[in-house]
Design a protein around this ligand. Sequence first.
Ligand code: V47
Length: 374
Amino acid sequence: MNDLFNYIDDKNIRIIADKVAENKRITPEEGLLLFKKADLALLGLLAGIVRKRYNGNFAWFNNNFHIEPTNKCIYNCRFCSYHKQEGDPDSWEYSHEEMLDIVKRFDNKKVTEVHIVGGVHPSYDLHYWGGLLRKIKKHRPELHIKAFSAIELDYMITKAGLSFEEGLKILKDYGLDSIPGGGAEIFDEELRKMICDEKASSDLWLTIHETAHRLGISSNATMLYGHMETYAHRIDHLERLRTLQDKTSGFNAFIPLKFKKSNNNMSYLGEVNIIEDLRNFAVSRIYLDNFAHIKAYWPMTGKDNARLALSFGADDMDGTIDDTTKIYSMAGAKEENPAMSTDEISQLIRDAGFIPAERDSLYNPILPPNTTEI
Ligand code: V47
């Protein structure tokens, strides 16, 4: 029993606080109780304890950029502001050469990662996308390619008539290094039907990530929150991720994504407030005791809120981005042309009281020249 928690009146919350401080795993019921009853200050304290175990006083960022190959998508998820049908005047589709030109724009910049995610285009299978990866690797072999959500992978691999294992092995040979966390949305099957009934099921999302982990391809995980879900749905989502991570240890980071309301079919729901965002960061940090990193994705949260999230369990700010993503500005995020310099992102981290540390995509520190430790 930790004296620090003597002030907590609620017996059950007190038990949970002691468990977290003693590095014991909390149950789904306890996770739910934290969402329902714990005050924000306590959540921040507990999340800070877990955060520190993995990350000390560091907060991570990388130098990265995005490619969004197309917004044409066979699916019509109700929360999505990005998707357009083939033929829509607002749709786009880049050729391999145009995407390679985006990569070349960074030739003299110290980026370490390209993040490639777009709509599920009806026409292309994994050899088309694999060809793109191969061209990027030929041009810049050391650039880490984090590409294709499980939803895109499901479509391109199935279209090629392959099993997930076969398809992922082939993509790895083409140059795929890791997989981003998109498409997880919310795992509860009933809710998934209501917000994105056409796309890969929760089980498929988890199977694709598990298969990737077995093949040595690590990945991220996301959760779309702040729409119709209950706290029980969030805990169910976190529980399924924690269970898979126990099995594979293949997830690098968890990224909570707050539903943004502009220009989509769920606008009428509005958006949850910053307190709810911070509570969600903190409970996720506490619950996912086997995830080393929780990412505050600043193009979605905004810079100020990402900085604040560092005190509620987040330890990673994603990257410099350099104005290469539109998904969130199309959904109404404040950062319309998201870009930050290394100095700016480092200063945000210092403002929150943490030590900025540049990382590669697998969270190895990138040391400034002439240093041997961070
Ligand atoms: O799966 C789409 C979300 C995701 C909206 O792995 C929305 O490093 C809120 O996964 N409001 C794609 N969210 C983006 C993604 C991602 C982003 C940054 C880093 C990483 C990573 C992954 O965006 C989708 C969906 O959950 N999304 N529309 C919206 N209106």
